[in-house]
Design a protein around this ligand. Structure first.
Ligand code: PMP
Length: 306
């Protein structure tokens, strides 16, 4: 459940948490035409810092561009508004949810006449896949729900309605007794988790699907690719099929909400030893230190709130 904080930023103003409402005839609620981000702030030795905030806001604007939504705020203004929202709510570590959505007043399938609204909320949020999955590994299944195709609903955007696809896969996985779903591209390649990117480790290679197979261009994915390369691994973006996952030495999920979660099983095949592997642990430890401002070479990733 969400733990409420005090204020939510709505198109330029702070509103009390309980008063941050929209009309039931808001078109984004009906048709899913909206774009959003998921971001985290961490405590560091020099205060609260948002992890790669500028990169997240840049992705938000790329998503908005795909959906022809022009916010009346600049990216710099939303970066500042995000920091202000964290400061006003007095939280050091939190999850951050900005959403660009359509205003009330129009209905029908043409979104263009609607006003463009923005909200930013923050709240404390623990590990998304649960402590047990984080420590011992997640049990994943390859979903019969395929990932959105670029000519159906573009997976390059992080759009509200797109998550019907992710949620169908997620709920099917949970009902079948797994922790998480992995979706394939239309041509059968491994594409993405329902809300995380997927990596496999094979010897000294750290491999993740290319963006052309439809994963979201994850900020955690990019960070992990950088960390793995800096640790001397051979980082590759290449097609993965389900048996590559079954036979990998190690596998893991990456994402802002989930952070880095080892995958212990895929479709009831144990991955490696079935325990979080040494490469996953090494990358996970460095990532954890980096988010908390403890790695000099990655200091640029920590954007101080004040
Ligand atoms: N894939 C999907 C489908 C996601 O929703 C997310 C979460 N935004 C990710 C991957 C991971 O992206 P990031 O590391 O930027 O959070």
């Amino acid at each position: 459940a969400i733990t409420p904080t005090s204020k939510i930023w709505m198109s330029g103003e702070f509103v009390d948490w309980d008063d941050a409402r929209i009309h039931v005839l808001n078109p984004t609620l009906h048709y899913g035409w909206g774009v959003f981000e998921g971001i985290r702030a961490y405590s560091t030795p020099v205060g609260s810092a948002v992890f790669r905030l500028t990169d997240h806001i840049a992705r938000l604007y790329r998503s908005a561009k795909i959906y022809l939504m022009e916010p009346t705020f600049t990216p710099e203004e939303l970066v500042q508004a995000t920091k202000d929202t964290i400061a006003v709510n007095n939280v050091e570590e939190c999850y951050i949810r900005p959403l660009i959505y359509l205003g009330y007043g129009e209905m029908g399938l043409n979104p263009l006449p609607s006003s463009i609204e923005v909200m930013i909320a923050v709240w404390p949020w623990g590990s998304y896949l649960g402590e047990d999955a984080e420590r011992n590994g997640a049990r994943a299944t390859i979903s019969t729900w395929r990932r959105n195709d670029p000519n159906i609903i573009p997976p390059a955007a992080k759009a509200s309605g797109q998550y019907l696809n992710s949620s169908l896969a997620k709920v099917a996985a949970i009902k079948a007794g797994y922790d998480e779903a992995i979706m394939t591209s239309p041509n059968g390649h491994i594409a993405d988790g329902s809300g995380e990117n997927v990596f496999i480790v094979s010897g000294r290679q750290v491999i993740t699907p290319p963006l052309s197979d439809g994963p979201l261009g994850g900020i955690t994915r990019a960070s992990v690719m950088q960390i793995a390369a800096d640790q001397g691994y051979e980082v590759r973006e290449q097609h993965i099929v389900r048996t590559d996952l079954y036979l990998a030495d190690e596998a893991f999920f990456t994402g802002t909400a989930a952070e880095i979660v080892p995958i212990s099983e895929v479709d009831d095949r144990r991955i490696g030893t079935g325990r979080p592997g040494p490469v996953t642990r090494e990358i996970l430890d460095i990532f954890h230190q980096a988010t908390h401002g403890e790695v000099d070479r990655y200091k640029d990733w920590n954007e101080l709130v004040s």
